[in-house]
Design a protein around this ligand. Structure first.
Ligand code: SF4
Ligand code: SF4
Length: 306
């Protein structure tokens, strides 16, 4: 099927948002009366000794709490913590005291994305991907990709912005990117209700649509840069087969990080560029089956590097 990974990504992205939406809602019964509360883990204050009605309070729909919290810090099935590694780094450098759960959540995320998924967070989890993919689609439809670039920002700028973000957190003692992150704005907006964050999302959309192809995620986002670095040696990869390729270059045109496809038309290789978001768009558009998902052969890769 032509759009199989695109459909899969949308199902996963929207499914995660729905699970967060449902998981943060609670029916709370206090002294026999039911209240709908939309505030993540309500057990913290329901069972608090300072709650004078603690003995008569209970949460009646715990079974729905698959995903609680937000993308910065969440709990899956009420047990497995997950922490956004950039948010943790920012809070740590800003001097914040972090709970043990946050550190365990960080380790969980580092293992999942570092060993296996790499930057797939961008393609399969981050809600901003829905916005930037829509902007990229409109750019193609309106022929804006053929225009001369209005602004020039290098692909590696996102690593510089990541470094700068961390330095500023240390200097000012605040989580700098968390305050302006369109990822948090959109996720919290969808799950808890959209406010002024809408304008941040609109800015990202207009930037990508009007000014720079794949502008925000490809050139600026420090969270994308973080997952790129974490997943540098992740084993789930896209593989390219030179023998099957007819060099139509459709993959290069659709790829949001097309610098990683530098071996296309030259030699068979595993797509090793850490910026690859593992979206599978290149696989879908290739009519020659020259690209596939696969597991990188680490031993071979090391031999090639020597
Ligand atoms: S680059 Fe940033 S905004 Fe874009 S998909 Fe990745 S995490 Fe989300
Ligand atoms: S190489 Fe393929 S999987 Fe990787 S970002 Fe580009 S289109 Fe997506």
């Amino acid at each position: 099927m032509k759009y199989r990974f695109l459909i899969l990504r949308r199902v996963v992205q929207v499914g995660i948002l729905v699970l967060f939406f449902v998981g943060n809602f609670s029916w709370v019964s206090i002294a026999g009366k039911n209240y709908g509360v939309y505030q993540g883990d309500t057990s913290v204050f329901i069972e608090d000794s300072r709650n004078l009605a603690a003995g008569e309070s209970k949460i009646t729909n715990r079974a729905m709490h698959f995903f609680q919290g937000n993308l910065s810090s969440s709990k899956i099935f009420g047990v497995i913590p997950m922490s956004d590694p950039l948010a943790v780094a920012q809070l740590f450098l800003a001097g914040g005291a972090l709970a043990l759960d946050i550190y365990i959540g960080l380790i969980v995320v580092l293992v999942i994305y570092g060993l296996f998924l790499g930057r797939a967070y961008c393609a399969y989890v981050c809600p901003v991907n829905l916005v930037v993919d829509f902007a990229a689609y409109l750019r193609r439809k309106f022929g804006l990709n053929t225009l001369v670039k209005q602004i020039h920002i290098g692909r590696n700028a996102k690593y510089g912005i990541l470094f700068l973000t961390l330095v500023l957190c240390f200097i000012f003692g605040i989580a700098v990117f968390e305050m302006i992150s369109p990822i948090s704005m959109l996720h919290r907006g969808i799950v808890f209700g959209m406010g002024a964050g809408f304008f941040g999302i609109l800015a990202v959309f207009l930037f990508d649509f009007l000014l720079l192809k794949n502008g925000f995620c490809g050139h600026i986002c420090p969270l994308g840069a973080t997952f790129s670095l974490i997943g540098k040696y992740s084993i789930w990869r896209v593989k390219y087969n030179f023998e099957k390729c007819t060099q139509c270059m459709q993959c290069v045109q659709i790829c949001p990080e097309n610098q990683v496809l530098h071996n296309v038309g030259r030699k068979s290789a595993v797509i090793d560029g850490m910026a690859c978001i593992k979206c599978g768009r290149c696989i879908e558009v290739c009519n020659d089956n020259a690209l596939t998902y696969g597991i990188a052969n680490l031993i071979k890769r090391r031999q090639n590097e020597v």
